[in-house]
Design a protein around this ligand. Structure first.
Ligand code: PEP
Ligand code: MG
Length: 574
């Protein structure tokens, strides 16, 4: 048994089979092939194509079941390319002419096709080029005997833990969630989308384990502890027994907490905090349960755009928002407008490559620039408001000008709906996400022009402490217990209350057990989190007294160091 140490990012323990998803690192060199070996080369290509096609069929079926036909279409498009005999005949012709290895011929043929396509200025052609690139890459990996990136994403028969360098949101979409028991990554931050998905599914995640992909390749089973960050390859009997005991204890605690599922979160001295859920990805949309929450506090709409090959239409968006609104049975649904850019990239949007994407063309900046795309989304959200209680929320606002311009575009969307005689809530609430130091410092002014605030601590920590939320090297600085972050939250809450508007927290810090007394003392009105976290947080709130926490809040915000903050908070967490 070998033990490795990373950072615990989503709580819980798991023990299961290992699936390693490797990044696609390979180098292809030209090798001269003798006459005798020609057949073998051709055979390698044939086998790799056939096995990739079979794999795509499985993934297609699995995706239809979990995400629907539309999301699965990408895999049938890939299969069409993999089955294109004309293209692969060209590959074999090139191999013959150059008497070289087949993977080299495939790579070169792909390059020449892509070059030709590049010269055509058409979005559809560019999309096809990206598909060809992907298919050729997978087939080359097959020829080289490497695992394809889709391996392990097919339907599984046993519990498994994914070990990866890092996972993109697209990778996580393709995972078979039924048997997925946890994540271990070499890279990534505590608020990466892998970690957010882990919390949604209620499974553990450990991040920042250097070299774990290589180490895990030789393991059969792996144990992970999402609290301590401990990872063990092929655990010994003692660890297995310890794990089983912990599992039983956590299951019994879960049964206890379930009793609170439908209760409200009210402190001992009568202060109610709304407990809402974060959603937007398919898993959490499927499991939404209006009975156990006070509504949706953050609907991340970018997943809708990620599951698509091009911009989702107004109708497609409306259908998804409407379903969520109806599922909430009149409880409020806060829909955040598109927050793409930063770590969330989309090929078809053709976002520029930037040196500092988190400081660049992102979120509301894109929406205010691509106005028609934005108005399409706003119309879809407004139409959904005719079916329940909906609010609109803008991400990454840094000044009043942006808020005013975005509100103008809401009015424009309303005018267009009026001319079509469409129904919508004319008094719809419009809120601002507080995610940047500038929004914090302008929160007095923003509070006069917004209907509510929602503090996005994931980004607020990153921008306040100048710490990339995805960079594992600087995760020690990325901490919600940084006094500057806590002071920022308090200032925003005070300014919101002065103007009589609601303030909520929807970043991961909303469900950080240790911080709940502090949020209660700051009179945060709403906490929004993964549905799986809600019961635990209700449990904590029902054991708190706001009055008792107020003095502590003052002490914590005067602390010198993060360690001191944590010491105070540990001493009072109920
Ligand atoms: C946040 O920044 O806290 C937030 C909720 O937004 P996201 O994690 O989607 O950037
Ligand atoms: Mg954010």
């Amino acid at each position: 048994m070998n033990i490795y140490k990373g950072t615990g990012a989503a709580k819980g323990q798991a023990l299961a089979n290992v699936i390693v998803l490797r990044e696609d690192n390979y180098e292809i060199t030209k090798i001269q092939i003798s006459e005798q070996a020609v057949k073998k080369e051709e055979e390698k290509l044939k086998t790799a194509r056939a096995s990739y096609c079979r794999e795509l069929e499985d993934i297609y079926d699995m995706t239809v079941q979990s995400l629907g036909e539309e999301s699965a279409q990408i895999f049938s498009a890939y299969k069409e390319i993999a089955m294109d005999d004309v293209f692969f005949a060209q590959v074999l012709k090139r191999r013959e002419q150059e008497q070289c290895n087949v993977e080299y011929a495939l790579q070169e043929e792909k390059k020449s096709v892509l070059k030709m396509m590049e010269s055509i200025d058409d979005a559809y052609i560019r999309e096809r080029a990206a598909d060809i690139e992907n298919v050729c890459k997978e087939i080359i990996k097959g020829i080289l005997g490497m695992q394809t990136s889709d391996t392990g994403l097919k339907e599984q028969k046993d519990d498994f833990i994914v070990v990866a360098g890092d996972l993109s949101p697209e990778d996580t979409i393709r995972l078979d969630k039924k048997y997925l028991k946890g994540f271990v990554t070499e890279k990534g931050g505590k608020t990466s989308h892998t970690v957010i998905l882990a919390k949604t599914l209620g499974i553990p995640a450990v991040i920042g384990v250097p070299g774990i992909c290589d180490k895990a390749a030789g393991m059969e089973r792996i144990y992970i502890n999402g609290e301590t960050g401990e990872v063990a390859g092929d655990p010994d009997e003692a660890l297995i027994t310890q794990y089983q005991k912990a599992k039983e204890a956590s299951e019994s605690q879960k049964r206890e907490l379930e009793k609170l599922a439908q209760k409200e979160a009210i402190t001992i001295d009568g202060y109610k905090i709304k407990i809402c859920v974060n959603t937007g990805d398919q898993e959490s949309l499927n499991s939404l349960d209006a009975k156990i929450c006070d509504g949706i506090g953050l609907f991340r709409t970018e997943f809708l755009y990620m599951n698509h090959k091009g911009y989702p239409t107004e109708e497609e968006q409306f259908a998804v928002y409407q379903t969520a609104v109806q599922k909430m049975e009149g409880k409020e649904v806060v829909i955040r407008t598109l927050d793409i850019g930063g770590d969330k990239q989309l090929d078809y949007m053709e976002l520029p490559k930037e040196a500092n994407p988190f400081l660049g063309y992102r979120a509301i900046r894109i929406c205010l620039d691509r106005k028609e795309m934005f108005i399409t989304q706003l119309k879809a959200i407004l139409r959904a408001s005719a079916y329940g209680s909906v609010a609109i929320m803008f991400p990454m606002i840094v000044n009043l000008e942006e808020l005013r311009e975005a509100k103008e575009l809401v009015k424009e969307a309303m005018r267009r709906l009026d001319s079509l005689k469409e129904n919508y809530d004319k008094e719809i609430k419009i809120g601002v996400m507080i995610e940047t130091p500038s929004a914090v410092l302008l929160s007095d002014k923003l509070a006069r022009e917004a209907d509510f605030f929602s503090i996005g601590t994931n980004d607020l920590i990153q921008y306040t402490t100048a710490t990339d939320r995805m960079n594992e090297k600087v995760q020690y600085l990325y901490d919600s217990c940084n006094v500057s972050v806590l002071r920022a939250v308090r200032l925003v809450a005070q300014n919101a209350h002065k103007e009589g508007i609601e303030v909520s927290i929807c970043g991961e810090a909303a469900s950080d057990e240790m911080l709940i007394p502090l949020w209660a003392a700051m009179k945060i009105n709403k906490l929004s989190m993964a549905q799986a976290q809600t019961m635990k947080i209700k449990y904590i709130i029902t054991r708190l007294s706001v009055k008792e926490q107020e003095a502590l809040c003052g002490q914590v915000l005067e602390a010198d160091t993060m360690e001191e903050v944590k010491k105070y908070l540990h001493s009072i967490c109920p």
